[in-house]
Design a protein around this ligand. Structure first.
Ligand code: AMP
Length: 213
């Protein structure tokens, strides 16, 4: 079977994680999220964990050297050898150059800044299983409770107005150049992240099927 490695990029709240999880199930490969990985690291008591937590809380990019090494280490694990669907990297040109060889196709979800703000201010997450909800567009069955594991939902510490503005600024300045990088390598498809979830997932799956045929 051909190994196929897909990554989803896009502004915060564009649906990268939702779509990457759906695609990973369809392609029967593992899902990987750099945000989730880093949030796990940030939970420890060490100075290293505290440093990572500071970057996350401010919405800033965790230094490239660390992120690149972390991702390379993870994807070299046995379970990722048959391919993966990842989201959240590359976020800088340096990461793109260092990890280009690990990536076959990049899907970029595009949404407007105001939509990012609206979505993230109403986002809720499960602190136990990581499931995402949205109070307005994708509420849990019981208000404030995770459908999957019945844990009380919380807000992400970086989903507040000030930090969202910072994350958007960083996205435009630092991550957007990654789009042109992969366009020039003929590895990129751009999809309207404002469309309904099912339509986006069909578009992505159709595209991946075409390029792997
Ligand atoms: P996300 O869950 O994708 O919104 O990411 C949450 C936070 O994790 C970001 O605001 C960054 O602080 C950090 N992060 C995630 N992916 C990366 C990456 N590829 N490089 C550096 N920092 C990252």
């Amino acid at each position: 079977m051909k190994v196929f490695r897909v990554v989803l990029i896009g502004p915060p709240g564009s649906g990268k994680s939702t779509q990457a999880e759906i695609l990973a199930v369809k392609m029967r490969v593992p899902f990987l999220s750099t945000g989730n990985l880093l949030r796990e690291f940030a939970q420890g008591d060490s100075q290293f964990s505290k440093d990572i937590k500071n970057y996350l809380d401010r919405g800033e990019i965790v230094p490239d050297e660390l992120t690149i090494q972390l991702i390379k280490d993870v994807v070299s694990e046995e379970m990722y050898k048959k391919g993966f669907v990842a989201e959240g990297f590359p976020r800088t040109i340096k990461q793109a150059e260092a990890m280009d060889f690990l990536i076959d196709q990049v899907v970029c979800l595009k949404i407007a800044d105001q939509e990012v703000m609206d979505r993230l201010l109403s986002r809720q997450v499960c602190p136990k299983c990581g499931e995402n909800y949205n109070r307005l567009t994708q509420p849990p069955k019981v208000e404030g409770i995770c459908d999957q594991c019945q844990t009380k939902l919380t807000n992400r510490s970086d989903d507040n107005r000030e930090v969202i503005l910072n994350r958007l600024k960083i996205y435009h300045e630092t991550t957007e150049p990654v789009i042109a990088y992969f366009q020039s390598k003929n590895k990129l498809i751009m999809i309207d992240g404002g469309l309904p979830v099912e339509i986006i997932s069909e578009k992505i799956y159709h595209h991946i099927n075409m390029v792997t045929a």
